[in-house]
Design a protein around this ligand. Structure first.
Ligand code: HEC
Length: 115
């Protein structure tokens, strides 16, 4: 009885979530996951310290919005402020390769309407 209990407890410990789960590990990324362009490597290394490029790749902003995002990242997410040159390089790159998604198509208009 005692040994059965020990075996049960032992089994529970082995199955405990303390062991790192490989499923949670993020795939290592290379700068090449980002589109080709001037500033790609700088962007990759400046931005993947805290998160993968997935949040970047699913975003589409104007240059102004990317620029504002840098302030937000510094103020709210504790990012180290970028040097002005580096910031320009990175924001130019982001605006170039991740522009806003195409605006929604115009609302239906009646082709027979005369106005
Ligand atoms: C110091 C850590 C840190 C660094 C460095 C960093 N980020 Fe972030 N970023 C965050 C955190 C934390 C979030 C998630 C915030 C949340 O969703 O609550 C985030 C979210 C984002 C988002 C999603 C915003 C949204 O709401 O859709 C984008 C886009 C982004 N980061 C781009 C960048 C870019 C581009 C860089 C490099 C210039 C960068 N990040 C560098 C911490 C960082």
């Amino acid at each position: 009885m005692r040994s059965l209990l020990a075996a049960l407890v032992g089994g529970m410990l082995l199955a405990s979530p303390l062991a790192p789960s490989p499923a949670l590990a993020e795939e290592p990324e290379e700068p090449t996951v980002l589109p080709e362009g001037h500033g790609r490597d700088e962007t990759f290394y400046a931005c993947t310290a805290c998160h993968s490029t997935a949040v970047i790749r699913r975003s589409g902003f104007t240059r102004q919005q990317w620029d504002d995002l840098m302030d937000w990242m510094v103020e709210k997410q504790n990012m180290n402020p970028l040097e002005p040159d580096e910031r320009k390089l990175i924001v130019d790159y982001l605006a170039e390769v991740f522009p806003p998604r195409r605006a929604r198509p115009p609302a239906f208009s009646n082709p027979f309407s005369t106005n």
